[in-house]
Design a protein around this ligand. Structure first.
Ligand SMILES: [Zn+2]
Length: 452
């Protein structure tokens, strides 16, 4: 499989450390507020990658962290008049609820920053001893000029790299790009002891420490959203180099979610939470919207793009209903359509083409059923459904048995009315079903529903 490696700035053939095993670290969430669609997107992109790698017979060891100590969490705790533990617990729970609703597989390991403080202190001590880090009145900093290829991941000249979000401004730093490994704490009760004084770790240290601890040197994929490339991932690499550790083989980054041309982010305050989206949309619609865009491209989440995804989803469910798909078995890997699908997925996870192939199979199945009957198209139909499952997309067969109780009762009553030739009653029920969002169709296989 080829994936675009941000460090080499080109798609490369993935060669894993161990055969048939992929170790993958994906930067997780800072739990300082409700997760938004940008977070949902990174979770879905790496879920699509993981599901594909697993379907292809790899064991995937997937680590994704929770940052449960951070200036923003402390601020939130102060404004909510509660503790950082309470804030972190509340928003971490919101995160898992969102992830579960989106049918994203949970990571194999979920390290929390606060569980790794001692480990981080040890690592910082080593960087101090080896001359990569220095102490100032407000904290310990890594001196980036000691790192020979600093800036290689960002692909920018050092002089053009901006001291921006999450690179501390401090009068004591030797260079604007030096970053905090340990911040001394004076006016807060959120701190841990260290050889240099009470404080808390800088954000960039936790991921390098946790990834190397759980996946060890030379792990395969380090992932995250593309806004993490600089400074976060650049600074993780810098620390790994300072520690003499072999770090990630490949860097994979997903594009962000865009709202009217602007990146969706907490700091822009232009975000929709996952919970808000799911109040009015099927979670599968968001998965489909994400899968129909290439993972490295921006995704515009608008009313129209969501409506589009929902109508595509309806086509999928109508299809599953028409063919009465049940217990869909895995697709045969020798199948020609699987090979086509695979060629797209292996080409830098080209899910838009893979999804388009599924829809063309669905069209084929419908056409075949129209001309030669349902049975002759079932094989094609089951293949299309099996490919959907590889993308984590479960189809909803709305044929009679799967409808909610009240709908089943209406269908039964309508059937009785028709048998008794009480067509005005049958039409009344048709209208009742329409009011509930279903169009009833009388087909040779009996009554079928289509959502409107
Ligand atoms: Zn990280």
């Amino acid at each position: 499989m080829r994936l675009y490696d941000s460090l080499q700035a080109r798609p490369v053939e993935i060669k894993t450390r161990k055969p048939n095993e992929v170790s993958m670290y994906v930067c997780g969430l800072t739990v300082d507020g409700p997760p938004h669609l940008g977070h949902g997107r990174f979770a879905l992109c790496f879920d699509l990658l993981r599901r594909w790698l697993e379907f292809e017979g790899n064991k995937v060891v997937h680590v994704s962290n929770i940052t449960d100590v951070d200036d923003k969490i402390i601020l939130r705790a102060e404004t909510e008049g509660t503790s950082i533990d309470e804030v972190a617990k509340k928003y971490e729970q919101a995160w898992w609820e969102a992830v579960d609703a989106l049918n994203v597989k949970r990571p194999s390991y979920v390290p929390h920053a606060t569980q790794y403080i001692e480990n981080m202190v040890n690592v910082i001590s080593k960087m101090m001893t080896d001359g990569f880090a220095y102490e100032t009145p407000d904290g310990i900093y890594l001196e980036v000029s000691k790192i020979k290829d600093y800036g290689a991941l960002a692909h920018q000249e050092l002089s053009t790299l901006k001291v921006g979000a999450r690179v501390e401004v401090s009068p004591y730093k030797r260079s604007g790009l030096d970053f905090a490994l340990w911040k001394f704490v004076k006016n807060s009760d959120v701190f841990w002891p260290s050889p240099w004084g009470n404080g808390r770790p800088g954000w960039h240290t936790e991921c390098v420490v946790m990834s190397l601890d759980l996946l060890s040197d030379d792990f395969d994929i380090h992932g995250g959203a593309e806004d993490l490339i600089f400074p976060h991932h650049e600074n993780e690499r810098a620390q790994a180099e300072a520690l003499g550790r072999k770090f990630a083989r490949y860097w994979v980054h997903n594009g962000w979610v865009v709202v009217e041309g602007e990146k969706m982010s907490k700091s822009q305050n232009n975000f929709t939470t996952i919970k808000e989206l799911l109040l009015s949309h099927d979670p599968r619609a968001y998965r489909l919207l994400v899968a129909r865009s290439h993972y490295r491209s921006p995704v515009d989440v608008t009313k129209d793009s969501l409506k589009d995804a929902e109508s595509a989803l309806r086509r999928l469910d109508d299809f599953a209903t028409r063919f009465n798909l049940q217990d869909v078995p895995e697709i045969d890997k020798k199948d020609q359509d699987y090979k086509v699908f695979k060629s797209y997925m292996d080409d830098d996870l080209d899910t838009p083409k893979a999804v388009a192939h599924i829809f063309s199979l669905i069209n084929d199945a419908h056409n075949l059923a129209d001309t030669s009957g349902i049975e002759s198209a079932k094989n094609t139909a089951y293949k299309a459904a099996a490919l959907c499952l590889i993308l984590g997309l479960n189809l909803n067969n709305r044929s009679k048995d799967t409808y909610p109780e009240n709908i089943k009762e209406l269908l039964e009553a309508r059937q009785n009315a028709r048998q008794n030739r009480d067509f005005s009653r049958a039409d009344e029920i048709r209208n009742e079903l329409a009011a509930l969002g279903f169009e009833v169709m009388d087909t040779p296989e009996g009554q079928k529903l289509k959502s409107t």
